[in-house]
Design a protein around this ligand. Structure first.
Ligand code: GCW
Length: 686
């Protein structure tokens, strides 16, 4: 009888969950109640706040909510206060953020009493790597929502505006207040008059939601677009060209945010082409923008031919320039010293630039973490990064505190995330990739949140059908808890089956998806996997100790000595800093080779476990999202197997040791995976 009842409930659940395409993100419609709003102010932003309350209120029917703009010194920037009477803030945008928080708390069943919430970073930006032809560099969710192709750029349809509005709303709901609209590999044509008109159209839609618009600029624009003889930042005509261009931009977009610049990196032009420094280049642009309150975000992702260890380059070039930048320049630094790898130690520039604001750049799009195919929740990676202690001003000088103004007084605090958004119906390609966009926004607002809290909140907002569901114990225990666990483990699983123990950048080719430790095409040697893993019959790993590239010296003590000694180096970074023999003894008594095998094997088993977890939650998810995630997990699992088999079989050629008996035999053959022929390998992986 009991069984019968359970089956009926299950069937009811399955049929009552409508198919969802994911377009509504974490802002799904629910059955709402009536609310009485008291608000004397009027502005486009406040009107949105009113509207959101009306269409999202889940509190008591007929309750009164006050929206009051009243100065309070405990509230900072666009922060807010929530109490029994409603939302209080210093700015209209603060009210809107407070309203989103109130509604989020109602939907996710958290209390909303006596809360003061201030942002960790003043500028919380998305960076879109969108090209003017509509393609997106490292984008896995379709074409750009901003650009189609240049010919079309003047046409702005009502549909475009609607989509931009939905985009702005989603961002505002998690506190994101700015967007760089184009790729850092910027076309000089971005600054052409007709394209700027389109930027204005976008800015007009984003503005009421508190989002400012920024652009990436190409340093050669004065010569390439403006027809000048040079783009030398100290040349008078060049300086004038930028001043005029900035004036033109501000005449269209009075609250324009500023420029993002990738200079002298990966073939992009920059001040060094004219014998000038990064500071010369950044300051010239900063002077042009300063009059209007604009800023320059100057990226520290640089390569120099002279360096033999890529991980050392940013620090080597930028630390000597500390103190030489204008007040409205911020140095934008990727979380790790190489390039958004599944795991890296923090970039030693954090905390080391003491007189220059430094902003973290995180990558939301999963360039190195499985594209839109693999389910990898990145919040745990970012949490690890924020909590890393730089020791620059004594113990407790975490990356979070060195960048959010707690350790160094700085005019601006900022953070950027490379967006994973495209024209796909669900915005991000994978239903769970939305969680990464969400987590970025939440952490940019509050860098002390835990991944556990963020995942729980996101699951409730994204999957619970009605409030009653998120309150039900069954839903919580059978759906939320296992799915949350899956999310929280997913990044470590990816590290395990891709690059455990500090291995990095062993991808095949430029698409950065599958394994390719053998991959050594005819390009610069410092871009190939064998350069990064250094495997030979003596051992494996990159020697960055004092006897090697000495990258350890860029870290403040005690980290420098700790990283330098394999006995004290955290094992998660072991092969990042050390080249060690295959029989090196790990803390658990295993030899390094065996430990590597166990990690790869564990990663694969974790993904198989994810499949089982997901299969079991079928009754709680609508068919569309259930099937989509299920089929992506199937592919995810196959590719984890390819990673494990490919890496172990390849490294075994050097370790010359057996794969431990209790580890599953590889099912792929190394030759299938293209040890000899990358093209054959590509066929299997794509
Ligand atoms: O990770 C590398 C990417 C490039 C990217 C570059 C960068 C936009 O592979 O596609 O270019 O970083 O961050 O500038």
């Amino acid at each position: 009888m009991k069984k019968h009842k359970e089956i009926i409930i299950l069937l009811f659940l399955i049929f009552s969950l409508e198919a969802e395409d994911g377009h509504q993100l974490w802002l799904r419609n629910q059955t709402i109640k009536h609310v009485k709003i008291v608000c004397s102010g009027h502005s486009a932003t406040l009107n949105i706040a009113r509207q959101e309350l009306k269409q999202g209120w889940l509190g008591n029917a007929g309750e009164e909510v006050n929206l009051s703009i009243k100065y309070d010194k405990s509230i900072k920037g666009d922060g807010y206060k929530l109490d029994d009477s409603g939302v209080q803030a210093n700015t209209d945008l603060g009210i809107l953020y407070g309203v989103y928080e109130l509604l989020r708390r109602q939907k996710s069943d958290q209390t909303a009493k006596d809360i003061i919430s201030n942002p960790s970073y003043e500028l919380r930006l998305l960076n879109h790597w969108d090209n003017l032809d509509g393609t997106i560099e490292r984008g896995y969710a379709g074409y750009s929502i901003f650009w189609r192709n240049e010919k079309d750029s003047l046409t702005v349809t009502e549909q475009d505006k609607l989509l931009w509005q939905e985009y702005a709303r989603a961002n505002a709901s998690i506190g994101i207040n700015g967007a760089v609209l184009n790729n850092v590999n910027a076309s000089p044509r971005m600054l052409a008059g007709e394209n700027l008109k389109k930027v204005k159209a976008i800015a007009d839609v984003l503005r009421p939601y508190g989002m400012k618009t920024y652009l990436s600029v190409n340093f050669s624009s004065p010569a390439v677009l403006g027809g000048l003889k040079t783009s030398d930042p100290l040349n008078k005509e060049v300086i004038k060209w930028w001043k005029d261009k900035v004036k033109e931009i501000y005449s269209l977009i009075p609250d324009f945010g500023g420029f993002l610049v990738k200079a002298n990196s990966e073939g992009q032009p920059g001040p060094q082409d004219f014998g000038r420094t990064h500071a010369d280049g950044a300051n010239m642009l900063a002077d042009a923008l300063n009059h209007y309150g604009g800023i320059v975000m100057w990226r520290a992702f640089v390569y120099s031919q002279k360096e033999n260890d890529r991980a050392r380059q940013a620090y080597a070039e930028f630390v000597p320039l500390d103190g030489h930048f204008r007040e409205n320049v911020i140095i934008q630094v990727k979380n790790g010293p190489v390039d958004f790898q599944p795991r890296e130690p923090f970039n030693p520039l954090f905390g080391a630039m003491k007189k220059t604001p430094v902003m973290p750049e995180l990558q939301i799009t999963q360039e190195y973490l499985g594209h839109a195919i693999q389910l990898v929740f990145l919040s745990t990676m970012w949490e690890e990064f924020f909590n890393s202690d730089t020791y620059q001003q004594g113990a407790g000088s975490t990356v979070a505190r060195c960048t959010d103004g707690s350790v160094y007084a700085q005019k601006y605090t900022a953070i950027a995330g490379v967006a994973n958004i495209g024209l796909d119906m669900n915005w991000c390609g994978h239903p769970f990739a939305q969680a990464n966009w969400y987590a970025f926004g939440r952490l940019a607002w509050n860098n002390k949140l835990t991944s556990d809290e963020i995942a729980e909140e996101w699951i409730k907002l994204t999957f619970s059908d009605q409030l009653e569901n998120s309150n039900s114990r069954d839903w919580y225990e059978q759906f939320l808890l296992p799915v949350k666990e899956l999310m929280l483990q997913s990044r470590e699983a990816a590290v395990n089956y891709m690059m455990p123990l500090g291995l990095h950048h062993i991808f095949a080719g430029h698409h950065h998806y599958g394994p390719g430790p053998w991959y050594a095409p005819d390009i610069r040697p410092d871009w190939t996997p064998p350069y990064y893993h250094q495997a030979d019959t003596n051992g494996i790993g990159f020697n960055r100790t004092r006897t090697g590239s000495n990258a350890v010296a860029q870290y403040h003590e005690p980290l420098c000595s700790q990283f330098n000694d394999p006995e004290t180096c955290p094992e998660i970074y072991l092969l990042w800093f050390h080249h060690l023999p295959w029989d090196y003894k790990m803390k658990n008594g295993r030899i390094l080779w065996d430990e590597l095998c166990y990690h790869y094997d564990k990663g694969l088993h974790q993904v198989r476990e994810f499949q089982k977890i997901w299969d079991k939650v079928e009754p709680y998810v609508d068919k569309q999202r259930f099937t989509e995630v299920q089929s992506k997990l199937r592919r995810h699992c196959r590719d984890a197997q390819i990673w494990k088999d490919g890496c172990l079989l390849y490294f075994q050629q050097f370790s010359r040791r057996p794969i431990p008996y209790d580890i599953e035999r590889p099912i792929y053959d190394l030759y299938d995976l293209g040890n000899m022929d990358p093209l054959t390998y590509k066929k299997v992986i794509e």
